[in-house]
Design a protein around this ligand. Structure first.
Ligand code: ATP
Length: 255
């Protein structure tokens, strides 16, 4: 399968804390890769570096664009921002932090379309309406403010606003983390079906082994900023080799 995003020797420290310590990985097109590990293992730092939100102190991130593989540093800030606006998406754990609560649901979806070049108002509205439906929100809520939405609806709105530009790569940071268990299952089903239908590549951070098992083709296990184990999801979870992974799978470690 074709490579899409590659990390080589990423290292990043906060003071004396090694948040990332020589991390290398490869994400292929249409693949879902989960990054699992306990709190403080470096998952979010890794996602921030991979998505171009944080420059690593050493190492680089290569985005494979057609036949060219250029590092984010070599592409430069403007080009990376352009990728982030259209070809990449980012689903945050807290939709309230990612959405604009003072503009309508349709506006939240339309804004990202406009940021990636769309200009026709009627078409933007029709697309936003279609996307509300795709994430199982009544399209009649198009002109409602997100603050009238439940937590699960807000997360679905964030997913619609992320996927509307048809990205090829989506970063997800604990996308069901803040939700009730009953709501989580529905969102996970939605993510799974959309990701498969659209052929997305996903980098998914989760401390929840169940979420990784449901969604991911492969996973990497992090501890103290290092990858301690990686492989096909079922293989790693059914037959974990590293002692730390065995504890994670047995849910002995705290989230
Ligand atoms: N902005 C920051 N300033 C100082 N230390 C930080 C900062 N961000 C992260 N760290 C530290 O870096 C390490 C890795 O943090 P990170 O948030 O990447 O872990 P995580 O696995 O995502 O944890 P969680 O699941 O709790 O979000 C931790 O020790 C954390 O305290």
């Amino acid at each position: 399968m074709t490579p899409l995003l590659q990390a080589r020797g990423l290292t990043h420290r906060f003071g004396r804390v090694p948040a990332l310590d020589d991390v290398s990985l490869l994400l292929r097109r249409h693949e879902i890769l989960a990054i699992v590990g306990e709190s403080g293992s470096g998952k979010t730092t890794l996602l921030n570096v991979l998505s171009g939100r944080l420059a690593p102190q050493s190492g680089d991130v290569l985005f494979h664009d057609g036949s060219a593989a250029l590092s984010l540093a070599a592409r430069g800030e403007i080009a990376v921002r352009k990728l982030q606006r259209a070809r990449w998406g980012y689903v945050a754990q807290d939709p309230r932090a990612a959405l604009r609560l003072d503009i309508t649901a349709g506006g939240n979806i339309g804004e990202r379309l406009m940021a990636s070049g769309a200009r026709n108002y009627a078409e933007i509205r029709a697309t936003a309406s279609r996307w509300l439906e795709a994430v199982e929100i009544d399209p009649q809520r198009l002109d409602d403010l997100p603050r009238t939405f439940s937590g699960g609806m807000l997360q679905r709105l964030q997913i619609a606003a992320t996927l509307v530009t048809d990205p090829e790569l989506v970063f997800m940071d604990e996308p069901t983390g803040g939700l009730d268990v009953s709501v989580q299952a529905r969102i996970l089903d939605l993510i799974r079906s959309l990701v498969r239908r659209l052929g997305l590549a996903v980098l998914l951070v989760t401390h929840d082994i169940g979420v990784a098992r449901l969604l991911a083709d492969r996973l990497i296990v992090m501890r103290h900023g290092r990858i301690v184990e990686h492989g096909l999801t079922d293989q790693v979870l059914d037959d974990p080799h590293h002692e730390y992974t065995q504890l994670l799978v047995a849910s002995v470690l705290p989230a």
